[in-house]
Write a protein that binds this ligand. Structure first.
Ligand code: SF4
Ligand code: SF4
Length: 131
């Protein structure tokens, strides 16, 4: 990915998410409250900061985009209404979209499930990735 392509993707992530990174005062409250903090290589405040600096490649390639629970605690805790979860969602969408919606067939899904997988997760995944 060239520097220009990376900048374009960052601009797209900001449009998709509606996030205005200039509002962030780097207080870290979002990351401090995140229940997935220990699981994430990059934390909510870093997503905001890195995308604003044109650095999205590392975020797209990181498992952090799948560790976010979409619980929106970071959004609730942010005193500046920056909405870090929205930018994480946008980065994940930019990573997933080029793969298309049919990369996983219903028949393949059963092979990656285990007894602890909640049905709610499956419904959420189908809603999220079949748009
Ligand atoms: S939405 Fe994601 S990043 Fe935000 S607090 Fe929840 S798990 Fe952490
Ligand atoms: S809580 Fe809001 S203002 Fe503070 S670092 Fe996170 S995004 Fe920025």
């Amino acid at each position: 990915m060239t520097e220009n392509e990376e900048k374009k993707l960052c601009a797209e992530a900001l449009i998709i998410s509606g996030v205005k990174p200039e509002k962030c005062m780097k207080c870290g409250k979002c990351s401090g409250a995140c229940p997935s903090y220990d699981e994430m290589e990059y934390h909510p405040h870093q997503f905001v900061d890195m995308v604003s600096k044109g650095q999205i490649k590392k975020l797209m390639e990181s498992a952090s985009i799948y560790k976010c629970l979409s619980c929106f605690v970071c959004v609730e805790r942010c005193p500046r209404n920056v909405m870090p979860a929205n930018i994480i969602e946008a980065v994940r969408a930019l990573q997933e979209r080029p793969q298309g919606t049919d990369r996983l067939t219903p028949d393949e899904v059963k092979n990656i499930l285990d007894d602890d997988t909640p049905q709610q997760l499956l419904m959420a995944a189908f809603r999220k990735y079949s748009r």
